[in-house]
Design a protein around this ligand. Structure first.
Ligand SMILES: [Zn+2]
Length: 198
């Protein structure tokens, strides 16, 4: 129905999460109405995206090349508390609650043996080393993982490894329903889950 260059772009955009063919078509026609300069800028940002981004050397959040992430760089943050999350996407909703002023540790996933994700694929060893190296500074580790079987398995696994270090650990309060994705939890619920952590 459309010229190939339009149809190909629609097909590619349809592969993005939450974008179906209909939304992709609307996006392409929106782009057709933009100035060439804006399209060039957009395409060059997409093109260089992966080469500009790295994982933070301390917490494994996303950051610009050769730099610690903005949270780790921030001198006003409290290094005695570390919040453990699954992906960098989980940091934003926690930041929005303004209930947490510590640092993060991004695991890069959850233990999920039937999908071939064992602890060695995650940044768990790095977390243990980080805790050992800062044992006197760290007073609390907060597990903010999804309330799911994988989230619980991962928390238990890490808690067992941390035991000899005698650092206090806590988890988000269970106002969160089982299986809910942390990414989509509203600010208010997350905020109270964080405040009432146990
Ligand atoms: Zn960082």
């Amino acid at each position: 129905m459309f010229p190939d260059s339009i149809q190909n772009l629609i097909n590619n955009l349809s592969k993005l999460p939450d974008i179906g063919p209909r939304a992709a078509t609307r996006l392409v026609f929106h782009l057709l109405n933009q100035k060439q300069k804006e399209l060039t800028e957009l395409s060059s940002l997409i093109k260089s995206l992966k080469s500009e981004i790295e994982l933070c050397g301390q917490c494994f959040n996303l950051t610009s090349k050769d730099q610690l992430c903005s949270v780790c760089q921030d001198k006003k943050r409290d290094p005695s508390k570390i919040c453990i999350v699954e992906t960098p996407l989980n940091i934003l909703p926690i930041e929005k609650t303004k209930q947490f002023n510590g640092l993060y540790h991004v695991l890069g996933g959850l233990i999920f043996p039937s999908n071939g994700i064992g602890p060695e694929k995650l940044k768990i060893n790095q977390l243990i080393t980080r805790c050992k190296n800062n044992q006197s500074k760290i007073t609390e580790l907060i597990f903010a993982l999804s309330p799911s079987t994988e989230g619980d398995t991962t928390t238990l696994y890490i808690e067992r490894l941390l035991k000899p270090l005698k650092i206090k650990t806590s988890r988000l309060a269970r106002g969160l329903s089982m299986g809910s994705d942390l990414e989509y939890i509203d600010e208010h619920t997350l905020s109270s889950a964080l405040r009432e952590r146990k």
